[in-house]
Design a protein. Sequence first.
Length: 537
Amino acid sequence: MDPQQRLVLELAWEALEDAHVRAATLRSTRTGVFVGAMWDDYATLHHRSGLTAISPHTVTGLHRSIIANRVSYFLGLNGPSLTVDSGQSSSLVSVHLACESLRKGESTIALAGGVNLNIVPESALGAAKFGGLSPDGRCFTFDARANGYVRGEGGGIVVLKPLARAVADGDPVYCVIRGSAVNNDGGGDGLTVPLQSGQEQVLRLAYERAGVNPADVGYVELHGTGTKVGDPIEAAALGAVLGTGREPGRPLRVGSAKTNVGHLEGAAGITGLLKAVLSLNHRELPASLNFGTPNPAIPLDRLNLRVQTEHSEWAAEDGRPLLAGVSSFGMGGTNCHIVLASGAAVEAGEGATAGGGAAPTFWPLSAKTASGLRAQAAALLAHTEAPLGLALPDVGWSLATGRTAFEHRAVVVGEVRDDFLRALRELSTGGIDAALTTGRAGPRGELAFLFSGQGSQRAGMGRELAESVPAFASALDEVCAHLDPLLPRPLREVMFAPVGTGEAAELDQTLYTQTSLFAVEVALFRLLESWDITPTC
């Protein structure tokens, strides 16, 4: 199997966990998968072994379409599933196609991104013979030393939803994709020479679709390969559309992740997108490296552009959303630009951090193996040790509802942050702790619900749940709305009456005993149902 397939499987799973989406909940849904990739290095390596190495798994192991299709198969997804190859713009075009699929209702959720692994020398030699690689191993984007790019490898996946649905579902929102556009420049002086007018066109179309004034954009993540031909053309197009219409003294800041991690080719666009998304989310702009003297063919002042050479805060103006653009261009002229805006990310308040409350909090962990469980504990320990201001109940909720439960399991029960740090440290090394319980889940049996009969009633039953758990309270309200008109007094007056009062004594009368038990048991059933706990039949 091409390791690009395995990497995308891993990235898709991690992206869903980060989005607090349990993979099993997507089965048989219209979830789309869009992955950009442009090289077949592993196939080249495999074919060196000759005809005798071909097996029943060769086609599915090597075919590029399976990079996306295997994710759909593994998760049981019914939305569109395609591997996109538009050259170096493949992964950003994949995000654009995913957004269009969501807008049309073809997909309800989408996984989008790209992957690029450098496995054999043939692809590197091809890039070198093509003339694209920097001979000194550095990418000097927009700099006078620009002489080519450096190859990078890796991948990235994002989880996309329509904003209204994401907000309704309480999802963490890193940013909002306001609009995007794809075109082909039709060819410059040669097949692989970019054309300024084509890049200007895709920029104008993206901002028109986004409903955004280009002059309001605070940062653009460049395609920025650091080539003598490509950089001046990209700069000129940006200046024409986003730079020259800006106020004097307020240049458009630009940068390229290729100076940090190299050119990920088929995954270059998703790399730039992730950088821009995290910049919006953290309201900070990282430095673009290797910039000293501007390329003499790029008049930054006249174009009203400035290379972001230092790490800085990114403050909003007049309370307006921060806006960013991301560009990615394929060598055959397929251009993509995406417009981003800062989103309403849900953050824990400072008051709900490590101190905890009177009630204990549960953190469940699971893995397919014992060593995997220890690794999960170590990762969560590092996250908990960081000064992030974690709200303990929020972490427990995310672990319980956003992660798949595997065979090897552990649960930490604590009231303050130190309880979790201590127990996780022990779990990560195979130790024991009073706050820690470990075990293995057996085969899942059938589940039945048993409703108790007369005699199990007690004064105040259900009161604490009704006060603290909305799902229980809502179901109880619905039942009481049907029963109260048929009773001498409202049911809750009897159920919730203090012990020793005359109202509480009425709970032992069959009229109130049966109705109260029925109301509480229906509300308990609805509560369990809201947690996806239902009887087998």
